[in-house]
Design a protein around this ligand. Structure first.
Ligand SMILES: C[S@@+](CC[C@H](N)C(=O)[O-])C[C@H]1O[C@@H](n2cnc3c(N)ncnc32)[C@H](O)[C@@H]1O
Length: 266
């Protein structure tokens, strides 16, 4: 299981009754379809909302460094591709638990949309750049509560380096300095330096029963990492070889080692 997938399950361990899951940066819908499928199969009371421009990344805040692949317009993808992925999983955006909010965050993250979201449990942050991260953090701030999992897909990609902070990690540092009442603990990372945080304090509330303790959350995160992955069902049209590759790739320790060796070979 990827770190994103483990984080999604961790959120449902913390909140077994389910709740709202948000994905900022849907692109072609790979991770959106995964979460939708898991909700359908295992967490039927949860909901998933994805936010994307479908026009790719906007301009980064002037003065903040970007690697080339984070230039304006990168990662543009038609929304239809997401709908097609849902259909492959026998799901549809007409399912009342699923929703896609279209547009750039500067327009789409409105108070009305925020007030339609209740019981936040999971946030997948995969927007790559500083400006988008600040916008989404401002949007979710009133919804944060102890136990919410924040997953950062591009926290500090090891392919990139710069003398000053950039992208998602720079945005978190700046935003967090202005919101001292929001406290988090990091409960997972990997060789891509993706991060998983759990909110430990927000709006005067702290992590307390009936929620699991931080030690219990850390233990569950470690168990999810150790447990062998489930054998996944082969998707329609997927070759047996691809299926085996995806499965091997998802095995803890072995998958990352193979990926490292593959990268080293160029
Ligand atoms: C790296 S891709 C997401 C990948 C996806 N989560 C996956 O794993 O397949 C980043 C996405 O964030 C979206 N995005 C970034 N900043 C945005 C903004 N300010 N408004 C709307 N969409 C934004 C882009 O359109 C792009 O689809």
């Amino acid at each position: 299981m990827s770190l994103l997938e483990r984080s999604f399950h961790l959120a449902h361990y913390i909140f077994p009754e389910g709740g709202s899951c948000l994905e900022f940066g849907v692109f072609r819908g790979g991770t959106f379809a995964y979460q939708a499928d898991q909700i359908n199969k295992h967490y039927p009371k949860s909901r998933l909302i994805g936010f994307d421009s479908w026009q790719g990344l906007p301009e980064e805040t002037p003065g903040i460094w970007i690697p080339e692949r984070h230039a304006k317009g990168e990662y543009a993808a038609p929304k239809d591709e997401v709908l097609r992925k849902l259909a492959e999983a026998n799901l549809s955006i007409d399912d009342p638990r699923l929703r896609l909010v279209d547009g750039f965050y500067s327009d789409s993250l409105t108070p009305d949309v925020r007030s339609s979201i209740d019981s936040l449990i999971f946030v997948n942050i995969d927007v790559d750049i500083y400006s988008s991260t600040i916008e989404l953090l401002d949007f979710i701030e009133p919804l944060l509560r102890p136990g919410v999992i924040l997953y950062w897909d591009d926290w500090k990609d090891p392919r990139d380096s710069h003398d000053k902070p950039w992208g998602e990690h720079a945005a978190w540092d700046d935003w967090r300095a202005k919101h001292p009442g929001i406290e988090v603990a990091t409960v997972g990372t990997n060789e891509y330096l993706q991060q998983v945080m759990v909110v430990t304090a927000a709006h005067g509330a702290t992590l307390a029963a009936p929620l699991p303790s931080l030690a219990e959350i850390e233990k569950r995160a470690a168990e999810l990492e150790r447990n062998p992955p489930e054998l996944r069902k082969r998707k329609a049209g997927e070759s047996a070889l691809t299926s085996v590759k995806i499965w091997v790739n998802s095995i803890p320790v072995i998958g990352p080692a193979i990926r490292r060796a593959y990268r080293a070979l160029g």
